[in-house]
Design a protein around this ligand. Structure first.
Ligand SMILES: C[C@@](CO)(OP(=O)(O)O)[C@H](O)COP(=O)(O)OP(=O)(O)OC[C@H]1O[C@@H](n2ccc(N)nc2=O)[C@H](O)[C@@H]1O
Ligand SMILES: Nc1ncnc2c1ncn2[C@@H]1O[C@H](COP(=O)(O)OP(=O)(O)O)[C@@H](O)[C@H]1O
Length: 272
């Protein structure tokens, strides 16, 4: 059986506080790209094989989130991960993989875990893999209405960014929550709202990884209607008013030697 592990996008990410254990309180509008990793689960003892363009950046060792996810629910399966997403890049690849394994094992008769956030703060929202508001440290996930299927480019400058390092480099941890989230029926409605919001991890990530400045400037020059960094970086996204513009933009961005893909915001599966 095949499960898609779609790339997670923090369209907006406000850091609103910090818990006593050091984890940060978040308020984030999360959406998913139609592009991502792919998980194949076949009957058999628990094992993991990794292939695909970013396979070499990742070991199939017991710490891999795919295996940790399976062990958490006592699941047995021969797992093949096709790693299409850059590792440690702010689009939740590892969390999306773990969530896809959990969904696959659920289809094989296992229950979902009670605390999926134990695997990673992004795993609960990646289990849903649909637009949501994410709060708490990631464990509070409120589904939102579908977003329009907007053309989108993901671009990463090839520098892995450490999530704890970016949280530690923040200057303010008591930022306001998100403004009320309306229903977004078209691009201008979404970009208008996004301009009222921020990614509070963008400034510290830009300080640690100056290539993010170049990526955001380049996205602007390709005619993106809106561009921002996702998560703790370094992947940035651009939203476009046509699929043709997004495809041309991805081609131009690749000329910098960066990873870039043209895709769109993922749509829910057709009913029935
Ligand atoms: C920042 C976000 C936003 O969606 O995305 P990414 O940049 O990872 O994609 C996530 O909260 C990351 O989620 P995830 O990558 O699963 O994080 P975890 O493995 O749980 O935590 C890695 C480290 O990040 C810090 N961390 C994470 C989540 C959180 N709410 N507060 C934190 O301070 C902690 O230092 C923790 O040790
Ligand atoms: N299946 C996996 N895919 C990606 N990263 C994984 C996986 N399993 C474990 N990891 C580890 O998790 C860390 C975060 O990876 P990732 O989820 O890609 O980051 P981000 O959430 O910032 O996009 C990396 O340091 C990586 O070594």
């Amino acid at each position: 059986m095949i499960e898609a592990a779609r790339a997670k996008l923090n369209l907006a990410l406000h850091v609103t506080g910090r818990r006593a254990d050091g984890y940060h309180l978040l308020d984030s509008l999360v959406a998913f790209a139609a592009y991502g990793d792919e998980l194949r689960l076949e009957p058999g003892p628990l094992s993991l094989r990794i292939e695909g363009p970013f396979a070499e950046g990742l070991a199939a060792d017991p710490d891999n989130l795919c295996l940790r996810a399976a062990r958490l629910v006592g699941g047995e399966a021969a797992i093949t991960l096709t790693k299409n997403l850059p590792v440690a890049s702010g689009i939740g690849g590892g969390s999306a993989d773990a969530a896809a394994v959990l969904r696959g094992l659920e289809r094989m008769g296992h229950s979902l875990p009670e605390n999926p956030e134990k695997l990673g703060a992004d795993v609960p929202v990646c289990l849903l893999s649909a637009p949501a508001r994410m709060e708490g440290v990631g464990e509070i996930v409120t589904p939102l209405p579908p977003l329009p299927s907007l053309p989108l480019v993901l671009v990463n400058p090839g520098v892995a960014v450490s999530t704890p390092q970016i949280f530690a480099a923040m200057e303010r941890r008591d930022n306001p929550v998100l403004p009320p989230i309306p229903r977004f029926d078209y691009l201008d409605a979404l970009t208008g709202w996004l301009r009222l919001t921020r990614n509070d991890l963008e400034a510290p990530a830009r300080a640690v990884c100056p290539a993010i400045d170049e990526v955001l400037a380049a996205l602007g020059s390709t005619g993106a209607a809106f561009a921002r960094m996702s998560g703790s970086g370094a992947t940035c996204f651009g939203l476009y008013d046509s699929a043709g513009k997004a495809a041309t933009a991805a081609k131009m961005l690749k000329q910098h030697g960066w990873w870039a893909v043209a895709t769109e915001l993922a749509q829910p599966p057709a009913a029935g």
